[in-house]
Design a binder for this molecule. Structure first.
Ligand SMILES: [Zn+2]
Ligand SMILES: [Zn+2]
Length: 281
């Protein structure tokens, strides 16, 4: 499984990418407002830059950390003797919780919000938005994830399974997909659906600071960050960040990459809010 890790993950990546993209063609939720070829070139381009940065700086990816932890006896799960299925379950749950908490932090700490802003600056949301993260954000996520793996000690299988789930659900829940509302309601109990995550891409501050989960919807419900629907409805809501509309900045690769280094941090970050209350609205 170790040797085939890259092949297995790539197969899932392209498989789910094509499936969601097809779904967007057949049953789109919103009319896209920006040029799709430019957005797709930029959003997929930033995936390539991020993948390259990770390969250059972190030849030791998650599975290697999991293997090292196993050999050295690091990590909680390597210290207890649990049935394998339970170890996989705990591993996936805890890693997903870490990703949730990390996402909350990305919205909270002003310097890190600058990086995460690039994900939110996309004025349309579709399958490629789910892959669009600033390379420095990806590197920070890698450090956090590897630290979590070393502390938890999940099996190599768990790490590969988790990566496939995270990558797949990120593409699915950013999909511009119109699912039957009954299906969305049922799915939402187990999985973050496109309608649930779209709320998180609203320009409205309170909506953007909701629904941080990527795979499991339970953390948002447990920690009180869950929000059912956007106020403006899924067709009417505005996607993106207040004040960021310039296509060269939000949907053109070089502009996207330098976005974190420009200007002031917006009022999204935790200590930049102005609590002027109702009169502001
Ligand atoms: Zn976010
Ligand atoms: Zn997102």
């Amino acid at each position: 499984m170790m040797e085939n890790e890259a092949t297995i993950r790539l197969a899932f990546f392209f498989g789910i990418l094509v499936l969601v993209a097809l779904g967007e063609l057949l049953s789109p939720r919103r009319v896209l407002t920006m040029s799709r070829p430019i957005r797709w070139f930029s959003n997929l381009g930033v995936v390539a830059v991020g993948a390259l940065a990770v390969r250059l700086l972190f030849p030791f990816i998650g599975v290697h950390v999991a293997l090292a932890a196993q050999e050295q006896g690091w990590g909680l799960l390597n210290m207890v003797d649990l049935p394998e299925w339970l170890e996989v379950l705990i591993g996936v749950l805890v890693l997903d919780l870490v990703v949730y908490l990390q996402h909350v932090m990305f919205h909270t700490v002003p310097l890190i919000w600058r990086l995460h802003m690039m994900h939110h600056a996309d004025m349309d949301i579709d399958v490629t938005t789910g892959l669009r993260f600033h390379p420095i954000e990806i590197l920070i996520s890698m450090v956090i994830k590897m630290t979590a793996i070393a502390a938890l000690g999940p099996t190599v299988f768990t790490v590969i399974l988790f990566e496939i789930i995270l990558n797949g659900t990120a593409m699915f829940n950013h999909g511009n997909l119109k699912l039957p509302s009954g299906m969305d309601r049922v799915l939402r109990w187990f999985l973050v659906t496109p309608d649930m995550h779209r709320v998180h891409h609203s320009v409205e501050d309170d909506e953007a600071n909701s629904n941080f989960g990527f795979s499991l919807p339970w953390w948002d419900r447990l920690f009180g960050t869950y929000r059912d629907q956007p106020r403006g409805g899924h067709e009417g809501m505005r996607i993106g960040i207040h004040g960021y509309h310039e296509p060269r900045q939000v949907s053109w690769l070089p502009g996207m990459l330098i976005l974190p280094f420009l200007g002031k941090v917006t009022a999204y970050a935790i200590n930049r809010r102005q609590w002027t209350g109702a009169d502001e609205q």
